[in-house]
Design a protein around this ligand. Structure first.
Ligand SMILES: [Zn+2]
Length: 348
């Protein structure tokens, strides 16, 4: 098929369990099956009745006859999912663009990210992304006027998300999906849920926390800071973060069919989402670049203040803006979720 000598293995009859039961090597071999692109975890469902032997380029087992046209449902399944992902995320991105939740570059980013996530991961992944996106967009429109009055000044961007914000919130999740598509490592499901749980938790906390009647406290020192300050936390904000993380985990688990192996995922999403959003606040309070507007005597994330004045650097590292902080925090949540899932598996 590729003009190179390949080492393969012969699968007898219609059973196709060989790819998934060889631990790490089996996973890699399965993931790179040239006939179907994916064989491992999805293996059993995707290859209900292969009538031909399948060849694996990396398999170290005995050489066997190679099929010219293996019949795998995997390929069609995957391309269908990519197509569904493209259509689905285009539809949602268009709606979001129309309702001013995304600008043009943001819509393009959302389509790319949505297609990859649904194509590589499947419906639980895709619908979790939709849940994050829709809930965040709805919340950012919720009591918009009150928010504009109290905190709009501090934030660097409005409620219309651009490409950088899409990457900041969904980039980590997209990376997890890509890696999962290639390796089919089961921990990446938790990793994906953790990144998205953090993005959800953090967005909910920001959108609802600014409505808190109480002044936030800085996560590092505990001193009271004005509403909207990076690194400031409130009780309503933290509660929203916990609910955001938990609900995302529940959605992922439910759409995936309440699989027993993922039963701890809602709890893991709660913990990692909360931890990720605390990490976000911590970075916001310490290394995130903050500026000062001399004409208004105010602290802001913006380089050019809303009044039009060029702001002066106040503290933080210049290249760590809010988007960078969000991106790092989602990765933190993702890796934390993978660690938690691993320990859960071990304890079982
Ligand atoms: Zn100003």
């Amino acid at each position: 098929m590729l003009g190179i000598t390949r080492v393969g293995k012969f699968v007898e009859g219609s059973s196709f369990l060989n790819c998934r039961d060889r631990g790490w090597k089996g996973r890699v071999v399965g993931a790179w099956c040239l006939s179907c692109w994916q064989t491992r975890r999805g293996g059993q469902d995707k290859h209900k009745a292969p009538t031909q032997p399948l060849s694996h380029p990396l398999s170290l087992r005995k050489r066997g006859p190679f099929p010219t046209k293996p019949t795998c449902v995997g390929t069609t399944g995957k391309s269908k999912r990519f197509l569904a992902g493209l259509l689905f995320s285009s539809g949602i991105a268009l709606l979001a663009y129309r309702s001013h939740s995304l600008n043009k570059s943001g819509a393009v980013g959302a389509i790319a990210s949505g297609t990859t996530i649904l194509g590589m991961g499947g419906w639980p992944w895709g619908l979790s992304l939709v849940y994050f996106f829709v809930s965040s967009s709805l919340l950012s429109h919720f009591r918009k006027r009150d928010k504009l009055r109290t905190a709009a000044d501090k934030f660097s961007k409005g409620s219309q998300r651009d490409l950088a914000q899409v990457v900041a919130n969904g980039g980590g999740a997209t990376l997890m999906a890509l890696t999962y598509g290639l390796t089919h490592h089961h921990l990446l499901q938790a990793g994906f849920a953790g990144t998205l749980a953090t993005a959800t938790a953090d967005t909910w906390a920001t959108e609802l926390g600014v409505l808190s009647p109480y002044q936030p406290r800085l996560i590092t020192t505990g001193e009271r800071v004005p509403t909207g300050t990076s690194g400031g936390i409130t009780l309503p904000g933290t509660t929203s973060a916990a609910l955001g993380g938990l609900s995302l985990g529940l959605i992922f688990w439910a759409v995936g069919g309440f699989r027993k192996s993922l039963a701890s995922l809602p709890l893991i999403a709660l913990v990692s989402g909360l931890a990720g959003s605390f990490f976000d606040s911590l970075l916001g309070a310490t290394v995130q670049a903050m500026y000062y507007c001399p004409s208004c005597d105010k602290e802001t994330e913006r380089r050019i203040h809303s009044c039009g004045t060029k702001t002066q650097p106040l503290r933080g590292i210049s290249w760590i803006n809010n988007d960078m902080v969000n991106f790092l925090a989602t990765l933190f949540g993702g890796f934390m979720a993978m660690g938690l899932q691993r320990n859960t598996n071990r304890a079982r």
